[in-house]
Design a protein around this ligand. Structure first.
Ligand code: ADP
Length: 262
């Protein structure tokens, strides 16, 4: 197996609970830190793609709404407001490290429609060849059930397969996959490595996610299935301190690795 430190093209997914405070407002310290680490990884020679959640959370924060709206027009409107704010932040902060970002908003029809898929792949290839960091999110404003990914864990795995990534990292609010839900069982143990995603592994994902996140552990395992079947290894690590990305790419044991065993 190629060492993780040797992987060049990496997709990093960051969830709402890592990006925002419980108020929904941007967690400036964490997000600035994440941008700094990703910029540094890029400087070290990696190609970086960032899949970011948070548009609805940030939109709610900006509007001072405490609970996420339930009806589709409100959700889509809030996402449009939040996406703008989120990209403004990323653009400004990555620019401080001399990196250019590009916004890519996707819906599921890119995997269903060959022409769209090819267009999307070509765009990614071009952006990466220009040295740009693509920042990807679901296109919430036009997403309806038939064309939505539904969660960014799945979206990040699809992006990883589209760009033929060398590695996928999911930054979560938890250290990795545990043998039971650690929010309920303090004695839960971290599983450092998963070599095959079987019924036992799937059964470990308990309930849905946090207040502002949407996926929970099951969508992360699902993402690992998509990535692994395309021979892409994946890790779930804790996003509370983005420096953990240095550890991961220095081959230190962190989080849970899902290995494709190619
Ligand atoms: P994020 O917003 O960071 O993407 P989520 O809240 O969607 O994260 O998913 C992570 C959550 O999944 C954990 O905080 C935990 O409450 C829950 N969870 C359920 N089962 C497990 C498990 N077996 N191991 C780890 N976390 C689990």
């Amino acid at each position: 197996m190629k060492k993780i430190s040797q992987r060049k093209r990496i997709v990093v997914k960051v969830g709402t609970s890592t990006l925002t405070h419980s108020t929904g407002m941007i967690n400036i310290r964490k997000l600035e830190h994440l941008v700094k680490v990703l910029s540094d990884l890029k400087n070290s020679g990696k190609e970086v793609l960032l899949v970011t959640s948070g548009a609805i959370g940030v939109g709610c924060g900006k509007l001072g709404i405490n609970t996420r709206p339930c009806d589709t027009p409100s959700k889509q409107a809030v996402a449009a407001i939040g996406q703008c704010e989120l990209m403004y932040f990323y653009d400004k902060k990555f620019a401080e490290y001399n990196h250019t970002v590009a916004q890519v908003l996707l819906t599921k029809d890119i995997v269903q429609d060959d022409i769209r898929k090819t267009n999307c792949q070509n765009t990614f290839v071009k952006l990466l060849s220009l040295g740009v960091i693509p920042i990807i999110n679901e296109n919430d404003t036009i997403s309806v059930e038939e064309i939505e990914f539904g969660d960014n864990d799945t979206l990040s795995a699809v992006v990883a397969t589209l760009v033929d990534a060398d590695f996928l990292v999911i930054l979560s609010d938890i250290d990795g996959l545990f043998d039971k839900n650690p929010s309920l069982y303090p004695d839960a143990k971290l599983i450092p490595k998963v070599n095959a995603i079987d019924d036992y592994i799937i059964s470990l994902a308990d309930g849905s996610g946090s207040k502002h996140g949407t996926g929970g552990m099951i969508t992360k395992i699902h993402a690992a299935q998509i990535a692994n079947s395309a021979k892409i290894d994946m890790a779930i690590i804790n996003g509370k301190d983005p420096d953990i990305l240095y550890d991961l790419f220095e081959d230190k044991e962190v989080g849970t690795l899902f290995l494709s065993n190619e």
